[in-house]
Write a protein that binds this ligand. Sequence first.
Ligand code: ADP
Ligand code: MG
Length: 183
Amino acid sequence: MADTGDVLELYTANAEATMGIGRALGACCVVGDVVALDGELGAGKTQFVRGLAEGLGFDPRQVSSPTFVIVQEYDRRNPSDRDRAGDAAEVLVHIDAYRLRSAEDLASIGWEGDGGSMREGAIVAIEWASLMGSGLPADHLSVRIEHEHGDGRRLSLIAHGRWVPRMAQVRSALAEAGRDASS
Ligand code: ADP
Ligand code: MG
């Protein structure tokens, strides 16, 4: 993996801890960012996006897997949240690629090329990102979640493109949030 950029390995013992990592990451995101999640059903991808939403200043209770609609967009709780984290992103675009079968399916939700206008003013979180094919932008942070024993999960954050020089910032945000991040 060394040739794909910086890798950060984390362990969480419960759902709240996974959400906490998402929350810390949300505070590091800037407009146009893509967070690409992979992991089997029940791994905690949606849980992670809930934390991400909160870190961006969005209400995490809005977040659910858009399995059937493929895409959901969340807005800010209220306008005063605008000076919070997330570089004032107006929307969180939440995609679930599980049911995508073709580039036409992607186009049908408005995702052209590597996202195009859907990334304007937005942060994008994608579940089952590996199913996006060439629709997945080269610039993304990959988050892989794997089951460990019981409620334990192994998380790998893998930086691609513009995320590579930002991994130091992500590390310190996680450390600040009380997570034990080691590479
Ligand atoms: P996915 O979107 O990957 O299918 P969800 O986030 O919807 O998964 O569901 C994950 C489930 O696993 C939730 O019910 C959550 O409470 C539970 N869970 C238990 N331990 C963890 C953990 N360490 N991290 C994330 N979720 C966990
Ligand atoms: Mg999900």
